[in-house]
Design a protein around this ligand. Structure first.
Ligand SMILES: [Zn+2]
Length: 455
């Protein structure tokens, strides 16, 4: 493939995509008569337009296949014989490779992967919607805006973190948080929801207001927002871990609000939803917190799934940008995994550590918060970690939860394994089988109005 220019490769991929669209449309009309459609479960729209009016891309940051597998067993009802399907099992259509531009090897970071997913071009690790020469690349959101569609992002990290940044800005480095926040002013995005107050100075917030944005910083204010544009920043940096914020389902609420606001545009919209903190828990090798974030993301996917089934003109595509931590569901040569342990953990290990350090009689408190009583040897390991401070104790607690649940990890960073692709709605079958992450973007570009000329 090296003798082909990038341009030639994009053209050949587009031709492939346009032929797939024709096939997909025919399959919808010919193979799926209404009688068949009616027998499909939950009124899945099997007859509808071949092109969507709205596109929703949902990214589980770091959510490699081990996470969705672990989540299935985490959600399993032990009182029934069968293992219940999750939303991921329901919507699975394919796989995607995630390698970045060759200058960065095979293991991608979130910036390069988000750039691939937002522009259809591979770049170096750290790149925010720029190519390997640091030239800006057209994003899905820019193209959508140019076509008169509305755009939005709803995430659980700071809104200017790598993934949303690659959809709304261009920068040579993901670390330039202030520049990226300022660039959001020109993105013209209609909905921006997540964390990140510390990156938005009062001056910058005034500029957003001058552009017609309603700025809110309390989560309770979200319900009262009835029209775009809105900039909602609900935390200094990241939103609270879901495990410490049980029943809150903030991502689901932000997603529902984004859908309500963006669907006011008759022309359609493109929305990015990210379960950002799955990756952060993965970097910390923190299985209890990771499952809390998976549940948060899965709930948001169910909100979108409902919207897709009702609207019939909306495509949802869910994927991960890469795999984090080399999570292993079962470890240490034992054929066991114990998700029931994770359900009993009452707070994230960093919160348990803070409380255990503040409490003289820390052992019973720790056992209560962990949901199990450590043995004597484990207590003495925790004791010495506790004397070293919050982070060492937090690490020791995570290791203890790993042992108790028999969870394994191979890295504190990312791994290069392929990720899954889930889709539903008009155009969903384009995403089946194996593809590369840039193909996901190229297919979404092709599904935007007027982007592919049909003769
Ligand atoms: Zn990461």
């Amino acid at each position: 493939m090296h003798f082909l220019s990038t341009y030639q490769r994009i053209i050949s991929r587009l031709l492939l995509v346009s032929s797939l669209i024709v096939t997909g449309a025919m399959a919808d009309e010919v193979i799926m008569p209404p009688a068949v459609a009616n027998t499909a479960s939950n009124n899945v729209p099997t007859v509808g337009p071949s092109r969507p009016k709205n596109i929703i891309i949902m990214i589980g940051d770091g959510m490699g296949p081990a996470y969705t597998t672990a989540y299935r067993y985490y959600k399993d009802n032990p009182d029934t014989e069968e293992i219940e399907q999750t939303v991921f099992d329901r919507l699975l259509v394919g796989m995607a490779s995630t390698y970045p531009a060759s200058v960065s090897g095979y293991v991608t970071d979130s910036a390069a992967s988000a750039t691939a997913l937002s522009t259809g071009v591979k770049s170096y690790n750290g790149a925010i919607a720029v190519d390997t020469e640091k030239r800006p690349l057209t994003t899905l959101m820019e193209k959508a805006k140019a076509l008169g569609l509305s755009t939005g992002v709803a995430v659980t990290s700071q809104v200017n973190h790598a993934t949303p940044a690659a959809f709304l800005a261009h920068n040579e480095s993901r670390s330039n948080y202030i520049d990226i926040a300022e660039a959001y002013l020109t993105s013209d995005a209609d909905v921006i929801l997540g964390g990140g107050q510390q990156y938005f100075t009062p001056t910058l917030l005034e500029q957003f207001s001058a552009k017609g944005y309603q700025h809110i910083s309390e989560f309770s204010e979200l319900a009262s927002v009835t029209t775009p544009k809105v900039l909602g920043l609900f935390a200094d940096v990241q939103l609270p871990w879901a495990i410490n914020d049980k029943q809150a389902h903030k991502l689901s609420h932000m997603t529902q609000k984004a859908l309500d606001l963006l669907s006011q545009n008759e022309q359609g919209f493109v929305l990015l939803v990210e379960g950002s903190l799955i990756d952060w828990a993965g970097h910390s090798n923190d299985i209890a917190t990771a499952m809390g974030e998976m549940d948060e993301f899965a709930s948001a996917i169910e909100v979108v799934e409902q919207f897709v089934r009702q609207s019939k003109d909306t495509l949802m595509v869910v994927t991960a940008d890469h795999n984090t931590g080399g999570l292993s569901v079962g470890a240490h040569d034992k054929y066991e995994w114990h998700p029931e342990v994770l359900h009993k953990v009452k707070a994230s290990p960093d919160v348990i550590a803070t409380r255990a350090i503040a409490e003289d009689n820390w052992q019973p408190l720790t056992a209560t918060l962990l949901g199990f009583t450590p043995n004597e040897a484990q207590y003495s390991q925790l004791q010495s970690a506790r004397m070293q401070g919050n982070e060492p104790l937090s690490i020791a607690l995570r290791k203890l939860i790993d042992i108790q649940s028999n969870t394994g990890w191979t890295s504190g960073g990312h791994t290069a394994m392929d990720v899954q692709v889930f889709a539903e709605g008009p155009g969903a079958r384009l995403f089946s089988g194996h593809q590369d992450n840039i193909d996901i973007a190229i297919k979404m570009f092709s599904l935007l109005p007027q982007s592919v000329q049909t003769p």
